[in-house]
Design a protein around this ligand. Structure first.
Ligand code: RWZ
Length: 374
């Protein structure tokens, strides 16, 4: 049923004129099937894109997911030097029909690397403009990831600058690449691809939300991203693991202060995200961009002042995410959803403070919520 979505030949108008573009249906079926397996939620938003963009974004996702799998594997490579070399050479795989990798990653991600030639063949059939964007972003992301391999990530990034830089490489660049694909398709304004700052902020908002939510999971994997200049203000032991072992009430209070500072930092990106979304003209592209943003603010609201972040996984309920997806159609609807979550965070901050929390980020939290609600 899944492959029926792709009735070959697909139209592609990247570069101007509508061009009939015939993709190999086995290769396309693989790309679609593996996408659903590696990310059910992204598969859903990608599939509702206009068909002139669908394959481009699908293959862009898989290529970056393959790169992410290499970056994530902490045991497959014999040294940092090997991993750096493989990351830096990865963009060459896009022009090499024989490039594959075995024994890296797990499950469906491992399969994606093993069967990479199927993605490569689809990539090669995209319009040159789309290929250039995808290759440029892949290369820059991999170079950025390589810079972070040498650093020991067991205790997080050094400071806010490094935190922002890491998020730029792994997510901000995705935003830039997508904006360039949108404008190349002709479905968005020609200058949209030049909105580098707003595109970066869109990616940062999603990435920071994931980093905040995944504290425990990442920490136990010794792959932490929380910035040291933030968490060291709150950790009595000078270790990031302090928040995971809340034996006493004091550690718990400090953990929540640290969490709230990072949630506040992420909320400060919201005005730029709303500015980006307000510039979109194509309804399907709007939904593709807005749905993950709406899920992110719902997640941040759920994380704010929530001790569960330090003991398990915080996930938004299925019912809530379904309702949010159905409500995300226009900029007015998105503004109202963002306002609702900003008011929720604001009221939790006030409650906490009245109970004597003395959260050092309190004023900043209220200011960032008020800016969203205004
Ligand atoms: C959405 C076309 C998995 C590509 C990048 C993303 C690997 C690190 C993980 C491909 C939303 C979570 C997916 C923040 C962008 N990098 N972070 C397209 C991909 C958030 C998406 C995932 C990043 C990314």
């Amino acid at each position: 049923a899944v492959t029926l979505l792709y009735v070959s030949p697909l139209k592609s108008n990247l570069g101007g004129e509508f061009i009939k573009n015939t993709f190999n249906s086995d290769d396309l079926a693989f790309c679609d099937e593996i996408l659903v397996k590696v990310s059910r939620s992204f598969a859903a938003v990608i599939r509702q894109l206009p068909e002139v963009m669908l394959v481009d974004v699908l293959v862009f996702y898989l290529i970056l997911r393959a790169l992410d799998t290499i970056e994530d594997d902490t045991s497959a490579f014999d040294s940092h030097a090997t991993k750096v070399r493989i990351l830096k050479e990865f963009y060459k795989a896009l022009d090499d029909p024989n490039w594959t990798m075995t024994g890296v990653g797990e499950g469906d991600e491992r399969r994606l690397l093993e069967e990479f030639p199927k993605c490569q063949r689809i990539f090669q059939q995209l319009q040159p403009e789309a290929r250039d964007v995808i290759k440029d972003i892949t290369k820059r992301m991999a170079d950025g990831m390589a810079d972070f391999v040498a650093k020991d990530m067991g205790q997080g990034t050094e400071d806010m600058e490094q935190y922002n830089l890491y998020c730029h490489y792994v997510a901000g660049l995705v935003g830039e690449g997508l904006s360039r694909l949108f404008s190349a398709s002709g479905l968005e304004h020609k200058s949209f691809g030049e909105e580098k700052h707003l595109s970066n902020q869109m990616g940062l908002f999603l990435q920071k939300t994931n980093i905040i939510r995944d504290y425990l999971e990442d920490y136990v994997d010794k792959r932490a991203w929380w910035p040291q200049t933030v968490w060291k203000k709150y950790s009595a032991s000078g270790d990031l693991g302090y928040f995971a072992n809340q034996a006493d009430g004091e550690a718990r209070k400090k953990a929540l202060m640290c969490l709230n500072e990072l949630v506040t930092d992420a909320l400060e990106l919201v005005p730029d995200c709303l500015a980006y979304l307000s510039k979109l003209e194509c309804a399907e592209i709007f939904r593709f961009c807005a749905i993950p943003q709406v899920m992110a603010i719902a997640t941040l609201d759920k994380c704010f002042a929530n001790p569960d972040v330090f003991t398990g996984v915080v996930k938004i309920r299925k019912g809530l995410s379904c309702r949010l997806i159905l409500q995300t159609n226009t900029i007015a609807e998105v503004h109202s959803i963002f306002s609702r979550f900003a008011r929720s965070v604001r009221s939790k901050a006030l409650t906490q403070q009245h109970l004597g929390a003395n959260d050092p980020s309190f004023e900043r939290t209220i200011a960032s919520c008020d800016k969203i609600t205004a």
